[in-house]
Design a protein around this ligand. Structure first.
Ligand code: TXA
Ligand code: MG
Length: 334
């Protein structure tokens, strides 16, 4: 299959190109598109056959459900039932934006999208291209991140092509994304709203609006509530070592003789290291770190390193999501 690239201006997306992409979605094809978080790999969420194609293109485990994207808040009522008051308040406050709500699914949503669960994850993205694509398609769009399963999520159309060229019908190239990490996934089907995946909306922001919100922690042998949690994720090809105290990094690097080492560093610390150093931003601006994190991992991979040593970040605000991704990508935490 030849993957076509549709380059559009993110502020004034060409109607014609959006129509071309929407036509592919309506016919049951796959289109990667930018959102404010990361690029998504979209298909008609109401067409089980189209949704199944997403899983085979990504090599995604069949038990990992996808997020359904909508362009208008009212579409929520068609896809979910028994929507709690607090979920409506959150949608009002954070949509369009990087918050995904897990709710009881309606019959309109095929089981292929929810991996057989009776709940569905829904979000309204804040990116203009994404919203226009959903509206032009006339259907909700199921979309996981547009990467090969397990790899760092794509924050540009180039990353999408690295992973999926030849496996999908089209990619809309709308430039770099804004946030750089995925949405916050919040389970609203339980008594205590529970974050299944920290992301673009911070825990503190949710608490300010609806009071108590907890972070999910798997208990003992319990089956993880978000099936995606059991897999290694966001991982570069190189082995990733996550280091708590960055002062120890030169010493750790010294023990890895014979290996090509890359370091994921910050503006404040980069001068301590030698070799392949990728600066993700300033420690004083974690939004910048989030935006550059996945592309930095991909760049280090491209430079051919065997091991990536990464600094750690304070788990406040978006820092919680940054550390979540780094921990899941890491094969060792020191
Ligand atoms: O920012 C984002 O969320 C991006 C953009 C494209 O919207 N999408 C994204 O999708 O990150 P994906 O598939 O890579 O991650 C979705 C996460 C997975 O961890 C999945 O297990 C969880 O959401 N999820 C989806 N449906 C669920 C459900 N019904 N119950 C629990 N978890 C669910
Ligand atoms: Mg993903």
């Amino acid at each position: 299959m030849k993957t076509i690239s549709l380059k559009v201006n993110p502020r004034r997306p060409s109607k014609r190109k959006i129509q071309t992409a929407a036509e592919i979605i309506r016919r049951g094809g796959l289109v990667a598109f930018p959102t404010e978080t990361v690029y998504g790999l979209g298909a008609n969420a109401l067409d089980a056959g189209a949704v199944r194609k997403i899983f085979s293109a990504k090599g995604r485990p069949l038990d990992n459900p996808v997020i359904v994207h909508i362009a208008k808040k009212e579409e929520l009522e068609k896809l979910a039932r028994r929507i709690p008051k607090k979920a409506k308040i959150l949608a009002e406050r954070f949509w369009p934006g990087p918050l995904t709500l897990v709710l009881k699914k309606s019959r309109a949503v095929p089981k292929a999208a929810t991996a057989g669960l009776d709940t569905v994850a829904i979000r309204m993205p804040r990116n203009r291209i994404a919203l226009e694509l959903i509206s032009a398609s006339g259907v909700p769009i199921a979309a996981p991140s547009a990467n090969i399963s397990g790899r760092p999520s794509p924050t540009s159309a180039k990353h999408v092509m690295q992973d999926l060229n030849g496996k999908i019908d089209a990619v809309i190239d709308g430039g770099a994304v804004d946030i750089g990490l995925e949405s916050t996934v919040l389970d609203m089907t339980v008594r205590m709203p529970t974050i299944l995946r920290p992301g673009g909306v911070a825990l503190e922001e949710l608490q300010n609006v609806i009071g108590r919100v907890v972070l999910y922690r798997k208990k003992g042998k319990e089956k993880p509530r978000s099936p995606g949690m059991k897999y290694r994720h966001y991982a570069p090809r190189a082995e990733l070592i996550l280091v708590g105290d960055s002062a120890k990094i030169p010493e750790i690097a010294g023990t890895l003789r014979g290996k090509k080492i890359g370091i994921l560093a910050t503006k404040e610390t980069a001068m301590r290291y030698t070799g392949a150093v990728e600066v993700v931003g300033s420690r004083k601006n974690l939004r910048e770190v989030a935006r550059n994190l996945f592309s930095a991992l991909r760049k280090l991979d491209e430079s051919g390193v065997d091991v990536i040593i990464s600094e750690s970040f304070e788990e406040k605000g978006i820092g919680l999501a940054i550390m979540n991704r780094l921990r899941k990508a890491a094969s060792r935490v020191v």
